[in-house]
Design a protein around this ligand. Sequence first.
Ligand SMILES: Cc1ncc(COP(=O)(O)O)c(C=O)c1O
Length: 379
Amino acid sequence: MKYFDYAATCPLDPEAADVFIKASTEYFANSQSLHDAGSASANLLEGCRREFARLLQVDSAGVYFTSGGSEANFLGIMALLSSVRKKGNHIITGAAEHSSVYNLMKKLEAEGWEVTFLSLNRSGQYELESVLAAVREETVLISLQHGNPEVGSLQQIEEIARFCTSKQILVHSDCVQTFGKMPLERLARSVGSLSISGHKFYGPKGTGAAYVNPRLAWKPFITGTAHEKGFRPGTVNVPGIAAMTAAAKIAHSKMDSELTRMRELRNSFLCALSISSERIRIFGAEEGSQIPGIVGMSIKGVEGQFVMLECNRRGYAISTGTACNVGMMSPSKTMTAMGTMGKDAKEFFRISFGRGTSHDDVKELGKFLLELSVHVSAV
Ligand SMILES: Cc1ncc(COP(=O)(O)O)c(C=O)c1O
């Protein structure tokens, strides 16, 4: 099967897999244990923390390992809220945030916080003016994704964070779709917290990290938590973290060449689709504001689910949106946030490229989708 669903998850990098086996068999002791075996695990863990801090160009004191991107979003946001010193109960977020942020915001709203959910423009971006216009005296937090997981548009997080500094508003950014794919150093320095997920950059599933600016005096979500300086309870997954760190280093070493290759793959794919076709629609932003490996699209009059099943029959693994929406059979959150509703929203599907994708693969898939669109219109 040709895999075009890298935005959902990636295979484990073989080098990271070797690191996982070595760390699981040789550094299996609990990193909190006081014996020498525990210290060896703790040293490995601290080395990983320093490495992530180096990759993000931040202070390692702010790096916390988690069980994935969802938990990093949850704990990052709760850490920021616990550190707020300004008076206020207003939060700004996006209507197209990943469920781990969106559902948390709905819960906070039910608990009495006032939450503004911003819409996306036609390019899948939160307009800077709309973000700034939503700010009130009582706004304490803005939480917005860096890269949209369904159409791949990038958000202007640094600009938003710059504006927020003088207003004492903290910013969290979900960087799950962009870490390892593009440089995040400037963004990391500008936000209060950010989240990443191991399996999106060829690390193991069930691994992730949050960076929280160490200048913020956050409180543990669960009082009495001892691990990760109170950030997260539970035995630390040192082997998984070591493997994720190996994967992160590899992703960074390949970042420039992969970014260029992804842009070329995107162009080949769009050419093969002969994008002049009126029935095919591509969503997303301009080249400089777009994750090139994610193509959100639709074929007029055809449900995304049908396209996905037809592709599957032909041996292409594509998706109808983020995995959490798929399970709920609801239309893509991104489409709804962009103002595309009902039947039109259900036409959405997503292609995403990764290390195993070749030019021939994307041309073949593009040709197939084009044929499918012509065939369906003739029926
Ligand atoms: C933008 C975004 N945030 C968060 C997550 C959740 O990450 P994890 O699967 O590691 O919990 C995902 C996964 O699809 C995502 O795309």
